[in-house]
Structure formats: structure tokens, C-alpha cells
Write a protein that binds this ligand. Structure first.
Ligand SMILES: [Zn+2]
Length: 280
């Protein structure tokens, strides 16, 4: 038997699951008659434990699961939630279909690199969420409403959730708490990401569940906004000076260790492409 997934209380009726076996954060809103989950991590066996923890603790079913975007660490896990209404922004379909994460070569690579061994990869199934929305989707149960908004930014299909009654934001990968954010996706839109963070700063938010890192608050949003704006400034400087993308100065907001090097390089490349296009 595997150890259960611990559910961390975020507010009266919201929880977060922050566990290395999930590889990215999962969260949930416990409504009167059912549960709405936000992501389920990467590994199917861990997602199954997450679902069991929710349903065993709260004695009601998970009825909806928001797939916040198409990255493998948020979509490889979906099989144990196949009977649940999986929903996402409509843009996820194209992104999933074009994603290099699902190729046989990528699977070989995940298998070799996974610190928990790669056996769980055999259970990974390509699942397209069945319920798609364009700008916003609300889930209503009795007198409670949970909002989901398409923002783009981290990826073109990135969605965040908001539970206004308890001022909780489910940021997914639009926020990497305390770490270098991955802004190197081919559909990454830095301007939309920056404007989303600015929108959050004007909202009534007490707690933020990020896609990676611990539960946090708006101070972390300010910090990541500083990172993105400095990165933008440094990118323009590099373009003006005729430098290569790899010469863009990385903001000192977050440390860049061995693990973040790949993130950093992809992020420099994407910012360069993006702002070069805007300038011309
Ligand atoms: Zn991501």
C-alpha cells in the first residue's frame, strides 16, 4: 500500500495536494454535493490516491476536474478520473494534438529520467477533456459558485480557477511559487501572462495554490510579475544590442540551479522570438 496523499487545508472548503509523487500540484473545492478538482498531477497512481483521499475524507464524489493546461505533468495523470467530467479551455485540443510530450521518443526519455522509475508510464492514456469552454466557465452547486477563466500566458490554453466565497485562487502554472517559472512553451504569451498577474493583484485573494511550490499569497504573484517584467526589459535590451537569445540577462528574482537551466534557456528563447516579432 502506498502512503495516502495528504490534503492540506487552504480555506474552509478548499484543499491542496502538494506531493512529489504528483509532480505538480493538485487542488479541490469541496461543495455541498460534490467536489471540483483542479488538476491531478502527472502520475496516474498518485492521481488515484488524490481522488481516494478526497472521496474518503468528504464522502461525496469528484464530479468535475479542471485540466488547467496541456503540459504532461498535468495531463499524464487523467486515467483515474475518466468517469469524471474533465473540462478545459477549447484551445487545449490543438495543443494536446501538437504536443511533443506524447511521442514514443518522449516516453522513452520520461521512463529513463523518472526518479520513481517509469513503470507508471504504462498506465498513461491520451485523454482529451470532454467539456470545453472559451472564456469562462462557472460551476454552481446550491448557493456556491466556482469560476474558471481562460487567461493564456504560460500556454495558450492556460486556465485559472477562483473561489470568491473564500478568496482562493487556483493559479496552476501561471504561478511557480519560489521558483523560476517555465515561460518557454511554444504557445507562451508573456504579455497575456503579465496582464493576468496584474488582474489578480486587483482581485480579492487571500490564498493562492500555485502549479508548483507551496501554497502562497499575492506577495508571490508580485514577485513573479517582477520576474516577467524584468525578463521582458532584458529581452528588449538584448535585441537592441544585437545579442543572441542566450545572452539575455536572467532576472535575479529566482535562483537558476542545474535543474532550472533547461527552463531558463527555453524561456530566453521564447521571450526573444516573441518580442522580436512584436518589435518588427
Ligand atoms: Zn505547465
Amino acid at each position: 500500500m502506498s502512503d495516502p496523499i495528504h490534503l492540506q487545508q487552504v480555506s474552509k472548503s478548499t484543499v491542496a495536494a502538494i506531493d512529489p509523487r504528483l509532480a505538480s500540484n493538485a487542488a479541490a473545492i469541496i461543495l455541498d454535493d460534490f467536489i471540483v478538482a483542479v488538476d491531478a498531477g502527472m502520475r496516474p497512481f498518485a492521481a488515484r490516491l488524490f481522488r481516494a483521499a478526497l472521496e474518503d475524507t468528504y464522502h461525496r464524489p469528484v464530479k468535475y476536474l479542471c485540466v488547467t493546461h496541456y503540459h504532461h505533468d498535468h495531463t499524464f495523470s487523467l486515467k483515474p478520473f475518466k468517469d469524471v467530467t474533465l473540462f478545459a479551455s477549447s484551445q487545449i485540443v490543438e495543443n494536446l494534438k501538437n504536443s511533443p510530450d506524447w511521442s514514443p521518443e518522449a516516453f522513452e526519455r520520461w521512463k529513463n529520467d523518472d526518479p520513481l522509475g517509469g513503470d507508471w508510464l504504462d498506465e498513461v492514456e491520451f485523454i482529451i477533456p470532454m467539456l470545453l469552454f472559451y472564456q469562462r466557465m462557472d460551476i454552481i452547486n446550491q448557493d456556491k459558485t466556482v469560476e474558471f477563466h481562460l487567461s493564456g500566458g504560460h500556454t495558450s490554453c492556460s486556465v485559472y480557477g477562483y473561489y470568491p466565497d473564500e478568496q482562493v485562487l487556483f493559479a496552476a502554472d501561471l504561478l511557480f511559487a519560489g521558483k523560476f517559472p517555465f515561460a518557454g512553451d511554444g504557445t507562451n504569451d508573456p504579455e497575456r501572462w503579465i496582464s493576468t498577474l496584474k488582474t489578480w493583484l486587483k482581485m480579492d485573494i487571500a490564498k493562492v495554490v500555485p502549479g508548483h511550490g507551496p501554497v502562497t499569497d499575492l506577495d508571490e504573484v508580485r514577485k513573479q510579475l517582477e520576474f516577467l517584467e524584468t525578463m521582458k526589459h532584458n529581452t528588449f535590451e538584448a535585441i537592441k544590442a544585437g545579442k543572441d537569445f542566450s545572452e539575455i540577462d536572467l532576472p535575479s528574482v529566482y535562483p537558476v540551479g542545474e535543474k532550472e537551466k533547461w527552463f531558463a534557456e527555453k524561456t530566453q528563447k521564447r521571450f526573444y522570438e516573441y518580442y522580436l516579432k512584436i518589435q518588427s
